[in-house]
Write a protein that binds this ligand. Structure first.
Ligand SMILES: [Mn+2]
Length: 319
């Protein structure tokens, strides 16, 4: 199991009420990642965490870290606060697509495997706020253009139910999958964020399988929450069995990308917080490797639910 983390969580973050931790340079954040046991990958946000490909690569190499993904940020700039890929204004849409294209150029230059983007500002707050027809058509058009560019660097879309819009345009894994079906480019996939999926009342394991069976790739972000909001807690801290089931199916499909922690330390010590995350993630991975998938899938085929429950109690919960 390869584990990585999103660089931004190494330094100051904020919610509506508080600021947490202090600001750090990209190099200082990378140095902190190097201290965390169980991590050797980084997801960097383009363009906020990156300088030139040469400079960024040199820092990563010096610290012995690998690129898990490049995250194209199409929400932070004030011009994108009300949306980016689905906006009526073509200039804004073009600028968002351009950021994804430049992120792909950057990924190629540094040897990162793919680009992911989370269009969190696309969507709406009130009813009668946006033209759903135009927004959906624009979203297909802009994602298609971004996906067509440099296809050797695949583009992953990360859906989320809510925040920053009250209702995001890509409000579930299914909606992202539907968009990818409309776009019809095989060099695309879904960034399956465990917490986002659960906030959309999905089961992450089922959505992993559904996406892969539909012919699209998956990249996994790990964390946990209470299913009501995207709290970005340590993995398994509230939904242990969901995490076990996700890794069970990821292993069945031979998932070989990084598992990237998209978790926010807030009141916790940053290094300790991520060590508890990598520890539980690796622990669950090791646990999954003790299970016999053939046995489980045979019982599923036989609809032997009682024996499956017994096995979960005995082999997973170990009670
Ligand atoms: Mn995420």
């Amino acid at each position: 199991m390869k584990q990585s983390v999103i660089l931004a969580f190494m330094a100051n973050t904020q919610d509506r009420f508080c600021n947490y931790h202090s600001a750090k340079s990209t190099y200082e954040k990378l140095q902190l990642i190097q201290q965390i046991k169980g991590l050797d990958g980084v997801e960097l946000v383009y363009p906020h965490d990156t300088s030139t490909p040469e400079e960024t690569s040199a820092m990563m190499k010096e610290l012995g870290l690998n690129f898990a993904a490049i995250n194209a940020n199409i929400k932070k700039d004030p011009k994108f606060h009300a949306g980016s890929l689905s906006r009526p204004n073509k200039e804004i849409r073009d600028e968002a697509v351009n950021i994804i294209k430049r992120a792909k150029d950057f990924a190629k230059a540094v040897g990162a495997p793919h680009v992911t983007t989370c269009p969190l500002t696309d969507g709406y707050d009130m009813l009668f706020q946006i033209d759903y027809k135009a927004a959906w058509r624009y979203m297909i058009e802009t994602v298609a253009e971004a996906a067509d560019y440099l296809p050797e660097i695949p583009l992953f879309l990360e859906p989320k139910f809510s925040e920053t819009r009250v209702h995001c345009q890509l409000d579930s894994t299914s909606k992202a999958l539907l968009l990818l079906k409309e776009v019809g480019n095989k060099h695309t996939g879904v960034t399956l964020d465990v917490g986002h999926s659960m906030q959309s009342q999905e089961n992450p394991a089922q959505m992993l399988v559904t996406t892969l069976e539909s012919g699209f790739d998956v990249y996994i972000h790990t964390n946990d929450n209470d299913t009501k909001a995207d709290w970005d807690l340590v993995g398994g801290s509230r939904h242990f069995l969901n995490y076990v089931e996700l890794l069970f199916w990821a292993k069945e499909y031979g998932y070989d990308k990084y598992y990237t922690a998209d978790a926010s330390p807030r009141i916790f010590n940053v290094v300790d917080f991520f060590e508890r995350h990598t520890e539980v993630s690796l622990g669950i991975w090791n646990l999954v490797n003790t299970l016999d998938p053939k046995k489980y899938r045979k019982l599923m085929a036989e609809e032997n639910y009682n024996e499956l429950m017994r096995l979960v109690n005995k082999e997973i919960y170990r009670v």
